[in-house]
Design a protein around this ligand. Structure first.
Ligand SMILES: Nc1ncnc2c1ncn2[C@@H]1O[C@H](COP(=O)(O)OP(=O)(O)OP(=O)(O)O)[C@@H](O)[C@H]1O
Ligand SMILES: [Mg+2]
Length: 232
């Protein structure tokens, strides 16, 4: 199987006053194309810091991050922005949608940066919104949508450029349990369609959807378990 992510001895330090906080302390990780991974671990263990690195929102202090065979660890901001737009779909706990903008426009936005023309953008955004179950909500603005619907828009926006990986940092953290399950069923479908899905969660029921659970503790990998997939 081809590797989409190779991480070698990644560290991330943050300056804090006169001191340095060592948040990630040397992480090694390989993730294959098509995997469904959940990161778990206590608050402060470094999950979001690692997700931000995986999502090219940040670069490591040392070590290497190879995304689709390309070392992105030392890239400059503009190069990273291009990689991010092409290869990464990011879903946040707080949705992060543009408030005065319709669901359709929110989903189409990453396609503007990717250089698609308006007709293609609208066509693709309509297709994606229909796939996430919002075919009848395209013209609604975020405040006219429920929490679960907003997260569906965010998932649609993450998918629109057909990225190599979908990253989601506590995507159900602001949702009730029924809506969480709907969103997780959506991630299951996205994974079943052949996508690589990597998420962070505090909830065991959410992590159960993944096929591999990696637990972080104090900036290191504590355990990494693949579920037995029973062949039929
Ligand atoms: N920009 C920063 N400057 C200084 N310290 C930081 C910075 N970002 C994160 N940290 C520290 O890194 C540690 C890990 O933070 P991170 O957000 O990755 O944790 P987490 O595992 O996602 O926690 P949670 O489950 O609460 O979301 C924390 O102790 C945090 O204070
Ligand atoms: Mg976090």
């Amino acid at each position: 199987m081809s590797k989409v992510i190779e991480i070698r001895q990644i560290t991330r330090d943050f300056p804090l006053g006169n001191e340095t906080v060592k948040v990630l302390k040397g992480i090694d990780l390989d993730i294959d194309r098509g995997e469904y991974v959940a990161f778990m671990g206590p608050s402060g263990s470094g999950k979001s810091t690692l997700m931000n690195l995986l999502g090219c929102l940040d670069t490591p202090t040392s070590g290497h991050y190879i995304l689709n065979g390309k070392d992105v660890s030392q890239m400059k901001d503009d190069e990273l922005a291009e990689i991010r737009n092409k290869e990464i779909g990011f879903v946040f706990q707080t949705f992060n949608l543009l408030p005065r903008t319709t669901a359709l426009e929110n989903v189409a936005l990453p396609m503007i940066y990717a250089g698609y023309n308006k007709t293609d953008r609208i066509k693709r955004a309509e297709e994606v919104l229909t796939n996430v179950g919002l075919g009848d909500r395209m013209d609604h603005k975020p405040n006219q949508l429920s929490g679960g619907q907003r997260q569906r828009v965010a998932v649609g926006r993450a998918l629109v450029n057909k990225p190599s990986i979908i990253l989601a940092d506590e995507p159900t953290g602001n949702l009730d349990s029924k809506t969480s399950l709907e969103i997780m069923n959506l991630f299951d479908e996205i994974h079943a369609a052949g996508n690589t899905v990597i998420l962070v969660t505090h909830e065991e029921e959410v992590a159960e959807h993944a096929h591999r659970v990696i637990r972080l503790r104090d900036g290191m990998v504590e355990s990494d378990e693949r579920k037995e997939i029973l062949s039929q």
